[in-house]
Design a protein around this ligand. Structure first.
Ligand code: ZN
Length: 370
């Protein structure tokens, strides 16, 4: 396990790259020996307990919490973002956990196998933590897996967050009712233009003057109404917030000012007395920031979507380990490095330092990958 942590922190990208770092003085100091072969690491992860890795994640959360590193944003609401990510797609291999879909290819229709996991990420003022992940099983939808995941997250992190955020798929009555029944608030993108709630909100907003919010080069016209009953499957009333946003940017090419426009709508159980319009916009936008920073950081840089071994359990264990490593790395970068140093050194640079330590202190040539 310890060598997999090094693999992720150094963003080595594969078990073979890890194996090639054999002979490094780093391993002799750390493991008093050589790193195991790629096959051995894959086999161990296939037999490892996901709950053991989840426990590591909880210990990191507890330490950060005790160290007051997880303060809520200015609006006071801690959020958990639920989202699904596809890890790998292949025509060649499948396992018991594979999802399948038919793809039109030049050679005709082919069955493609892939895996998807739902993840929960905690959003504090300036630190995001990946809390847990759950595979979407064959034959079930994302929401079923998300509720199974939240059941565990709510048991293990009962007071970590106030509101659950999701994309348009999560604007679903079963999901909203579930979240409310567990004592939390729900917020999701509203984009189903055919639904009564959307139409009711639009006809009401058409007769209202929007309020205007500003921050630097960004401004938004906002409509915010609570008490909607036109989503009868949801117990209680809901609130709809819509924004038309304009951001002035300077084009890099010619320095000309350009206006970027965006339109958003969200449905939420959060009352106006608990979260202002600005708070809803902040929460909604953080969900997309995470799409770009949090999981992207994990998937593209830590190589979490790479299939280290095509085995259902191994893939889950690798993903959970990648999440733990991502958390440690981001917490170290944001909390332990002085701001002045952070301005000069990117996260990628720090990873490369880890990797270069492995390769520089290696005695002799790399072993050929097996
Ligand atoms: Zn599979």
């Amino acid at each position: 396990m310890r060598c997999v942590v090094v693999m992720f922190l150094g963003r080595l990208g594969s078990l073979n790259a890890l194996e090639q770092s054999g002979g490094s003085g780093f391993w002799r100091r750390w493991l008093q020996g050589e790193p195991p072969s790629a096959d051995t690491v894959g086999r161990v992860c296939a037999q490892a307990e996901a709950d053991d890795v989840r426990l590591m994640g909880r210990q990191i959360y507890s330490r950060l919490k005790r160290g007051k590193a997880l303060a809520p944003p200015a609006h006071g609401l801690m959020a958990a973002v639920v989202d699904a990510h596809e890890s790998h797609a292949t025509y060649r291999r499948c396992c018991e956990g594979c999802l399948r879909r038919t793809i039109e290819t030049r050679q005709g229709q082919r069955v493609q196998y892939y895996h998807r996991h739902v993840t929960v990420q905690l959003v504090s003022r300036d630190l995001e933590l990946l809390l847990d992940a759950e595979p979407i099983r064959p034959g079930e939808g994302e929401l079923t897996a998300a509720i199974r995941l939240l059941d565990r997250v709510l048991e293990q992190y009962p007071r970590a967050f106030d509101v659950v955020l999701g994309d348009g798929l999560y604007a679903n009555s079963t999901f909203f009712n579930y979240v409310v029944s567990r004592g939390k608030e729900a917020l999701a993108v509203l984009k189903d233009e055919a639904r009564d709630l959307w139409q009711d909100a639009q006809s009401l907003f058409a007769e209202m003057e929007p309020t205007c919010l500003r921050r630097g080069r960004w401004e938004a016209s906002c409509w915010d109404v609570e008490g909607f009953t036109s989503w009868p499957q949801v117990r209680g009333t809901v609130r709809v917030v819509q924004s038309e946003e304009r951001t002035v940017i300077r084009r890099q090419l010619d320095g000309q000012a350009e206006v970027m426009e965006a339109r958003w709508a969200w449905v939420t159980t959060l009352a106006q007395g608990r979260a202002s319009t600005r708070a809803i916009l902040d929460l909604g936008h953080r969900r997309w920031a995470i799409e770009n920073e949090g999981f992207n950081e994990l998937a593209t840089r830590q190589h979490a979507d790479h299939v280290y071994r095509h085995h259902e359990q191994a893939m889950l264990v690798f993903l959970l380990l990648a999440m733990v490593c991502c958390n440690v790395f981001v917490a170290f970068y944001r909390r332990d490095l002085k701001p002045g140093l952070r301005e000069r050194v990117s996260m990628l640079h720090v990873s490369r330092l880890v990797a270069s330590e492995l390769y520089q202190s290696r005695a002799g040539p790399a072993r050929a990958p097996t």
